[in-house]
Design a protein around this ligand. Structure first.
Ligand SMILES: [Zn+2]
Ligand SMILES: [Zn+2]
Length: 339
């Protein structure tokens, strides 16, 4: 089979390799991958960024995918060959307090498919049955590959940031997670502005405008707080740019909320005393759990996400090209289709 492998810690050291088709072990299901997205985290890992140096290489990447049931390992039953599914990205212990509360994404023993173990950028992947979920509502495989990133955005916007009708919202960052957060925030009744850097203007901010959002270009010379007429109720930091988070407090109402969905490749010089004095809430958001995946499928069913405007597809065999488009930020979301 074909698979996309991160070979070493050198930047962009990716290859399409041809390993054996994996056999499902006890409790596992072999899935035939139908569509698999390239995540910003895959891009960061492939660029050798320090916040992903924990990923062992070589590693077959891929945690955002839809699939069909191919073969069940020993002890697995109740699935039909060809049934459409997706799968939870984070595997967890199921015993700790967080797992018991349904917050499997913050299990201290969490393992992420495609980073800690072989992922879904391949024709086939084996996944423990307990992480496999039916792809509901007749969603397409392309939509299915968006369930994981949308679940992450959904957790941030709906659970952590509690966006209410009439809230003013800044989404800082115009990558796919930013766009998905903005779409969900708008669907929740928020008035949303999306920000980006100067180099985002032609592609990613244009996309944001095409989706009907107001956009702003932020730079050292032109800080966001100087551009907005009024401070906002909610600020979602989705860019991963340290200065964007460091300056966030100045654009948020006193008592407002800063949601952080990005991770950062460097430590941040953040005047946290200002945040305290303004009693602004800060809410980090990490990945997603089962109920967020279910919520994401409902958002897709309800048509909140204009999938065709966000996605560009590539054959899995052209993974290098798909990654190049992702490195160069010329596509909001590259999704690869195995042959
Ligand atoms: Zn992801
Ligand atoms: Zn746990």
């Amino acid at each position: 089979m074909n698979a996309v492998c991160l070979q070493s810690k050198q930047a962009k050291d990716l290859a399409v390799i041809t390993p054996e088709i994996p056999e499902p072990g006890p409790g596992e299901i072999r899935l035939k991958v139908e569509a698999v997205g390239i995540c910003g985290s895959d891009v960061s890992a492939a660029l050798g960024k320090p916040n992903f140096d924990w990923v062992e290489r070589p590693r077959i990447l891929g945690h955002e995918f839809s699939a069909t049931i191919d073969a069940c390992g020993p002890g697995v039953s109740g699935w039909e060959k060809g049934q459409a599914v997706c799968a939870l990205a984070i595997h967890s212990c199921h015993e700790c307090d967080n797992c018991r509360a349904g917050n499997t994404q913050i299990c201290e023993d969490r393992k992420i498919i495609g980073f800690h173990m072989s992922g879904a950028m391949a024709d086939y992947v084996c996944v423990p049955e307990r992480y496999v979920m039916p792809l509901r509502y007749g969603l397409s495989f392309i939509e299915g590959a968006l369930v994981e990133p949308l679940a992450v955005a959904s957790r941030c916007v709906l659970k952590m940031c509690d966006i209410q009708p009439g809230h003013s919202v800044i989404v800082s960052g115009c990558g796919i997670i930013g766009l998905l957060c903005a779409l969900l925030a708008r669907a929740s009744g928020g008035n949303v502005i999306i920000t980006g850097a100067e180099w985002d203007e032609d592609v990613r901010l244009k996309k944001a405008r095409d989706l009907g959002f107001r956009t702003m270009v932020v730079s050292d010379d032109n800080p966001l707080a100087d551009q907005i007429e009024e401070k906002v109720d909610r600020f979602i930091e989705a860019s991963g740019a340290p200065p964007a988070l460091a300056a966030s407090s100045d654009s948020v109402k006193w008592g407002g909320l800063i949601g952080i969905i990005a991770t950062y490749g460097a430590n941040i010089d953040w005047a946290i005393t200002e945040v305290v004095r303004r009693e602004q809430k800060v809410h980090p958001c990490m990945a997603a759990a089962w109920d967020d995946f279910e919520a994401a499928m409902r958002h897709l069913r309800d048509g909140v996400i204009p999938v065709d405007e966000l996605v560009e597809t590539f054959p899995l065999t052209e993974a290098i090209e798909a990654f190049r488009a992702s490195f160069e930020k010329t596509t909001p979301k590259a999704i690869m289709i195995p042959q």
